[in-house]
Design a protein around this ligand. Structure first.
Ligand SMILES: Cc1cc2nc3c(=O)[nH]c(=O)nc-3n(C[C@H](O)[C@H](O)[C@H](O)COP(=O)(O)OP(=O)(O)OC[C@H]3O[C@@H](n4cnc5c(N)ncnc54)[C@H](O)[C@@H]3O)c2cc1C
Length: 331
């Protein structure tokens, strides 16, 4: 690689982990077809957010579920660190009327319509007025096209590969899973066999992370269409079983512990998501659903190759304790 200052760096492999605004696909545009889903979206989601801090009364009472999707608005609670928290109202960018949510008074009245969350606005001290921002683009950039790497010696992980609707808070999990997939690919394929490594990594992304990406991209499409219908005074009808199931599961989640656990497992990437028929190549049997865990929680069996080098290892813990990551030399 050559840096902006003209320094030439040699490496067996370059990993692009430069995030959602990664310039790599633009830099490699002349090489050919990097499959970039980026399109000028007609509509997206807009956040209207307020942030609060503990004013001596402690944190607000926890909510039963952090997101509620109403007709044209989604409301969400976001606990922060240092005694802070946020509340978001999410609307379609096409919803002109809801632009009034920029005003604190309107926003405060709107949050009162969500009794499950309103106490989060009354509790504590507001840190901000209403902050308005785009919920970000759902976008993926593939470095393999027509069965071959578009560029060799370069792989992309995290947001540099794909970004999803930030409302669902899956970005960090997606990135960690991809880091673990990359680790596994490097463990099984010689790092200088660039074509084989690129294909192996792309394959593991396709079977493990891509179904999540597609499910969230499809959710966005349905949700925006649903909001459009409501704005026209119509009922949104869809025959897509994935949309119908996720909506039914969301509505019924608090009625049975198994349902809420199922939704939480999928929503936290603790369960593999099934690719939808026709959307991807057939699954390998070991990617079929069941209680098989995603790669982050798979026990490590391969020892670190280079002593003293900071290498992520991932250990699975049992029961309800979250999985955690540690460095081998961190004790
Ligand atoms: C508003 C918002 C809310 C979100 N909320 C959540 C949430 O609640 N939960 C969740 O899991 N995820 C959330 N996400 C998504 C999450 O932040 C990302 O998915 C995650 O940070 C991706 O990690 P990454 O390492 O791929 O990229 P990043 O965290 O973006 O890291 C990329 C790094 O590369 C650096 N960089 C870029 N270009 C260069 C360069 N040329 N040279 C050197 N360094 C460079 C950047 O400065 C940055 O530090 C949210 C995202 C947004 C925008």
């Amino acid at each position: 690689m050559e840096t902006r200052d003209g320094e030439v760096l040699h490496a067996d492999l370059v990993v692009n982990a430069s995030g959602r605004n990664s310039q790599f696909s633009r830099m490699f545009a002349e090489l050919g077809p990097i499959r970039d889903t980026k399109e000028r979206a007609e509509a997206g989601f807009v956040y209207y957010a307020r942030h609060y801090r503990d004013s001596g009364n402690g944190l607000p009472e926890a909510t039963r579920w952090p997101l509620i999707h109403q007709e044209t608005v989604t409301a969400g609670t976001l606990p922060g660190d240092n005694g802070t928290w946020s509340l978001i109202l999410v609307a379609s960018s096409r919803d002109q009327d809801l632009r009034a949510l920029r005003e604190v008074d309107a926003w405060d009245r709107a949050i009162e319509l969500f009794p499950e969350y309103a106490h989060w606005a009354r509790h504590g001290e507001p840190l901000t007025g209403v902050q308005v921002m785009s919920a970000g683009q759902t976008r993926r950039r593939d470095l393999v096209a027509d069965g071959l790497p578009v560029v060799t010696g370069l792989l992309a992980v995290g947001d540099a590969w794909a970004t999803t609707n930030t409302t669902f808070g899956l970005g960090l999990s997606m990135s960690l899973v991809q880091g673990a997939l990359l680790r596994d690919a490097i463990d099984t394929v010689d790092v200088v066999d660039h074509v084989k490594l690129g294909l192996a990594f792309a394959e593991s992304l396709e079977t493990t992370a891509a179904p999540y990406y597609r499910a969230l991209a499809d959710w966005d499409t349905h949700r925006l269409a649903e909001i459009d219908s409501v704005l026209k005074g119509e009922r949104y009808e869809s025959a897509d079983p994935a949309w119908l199931v996720i909506r039914a599961l969301d509505a019924a989640k608090m009625s049975h512990p198994d349902l809420v656990r199922a939704l939480a497992d999928v929503g936290s990437m603790l369960e593999p998501r099934r690719a939808r028929p026709g959307q991807t190549r057939p699954h390998r049997p070991d990617h079929e659903p069941g209680r098989r865990r995603l790669p982050l929680s798979r026990p490590r069996t391969v020892p670190p190759r280079t002593a003293g080098r900071h290498r992520l290892t991932v250990r699975a813990t049992t029961g309800s304790t979250p999985n955690w990551i540690r460095r081998p030399d961190a004790g």
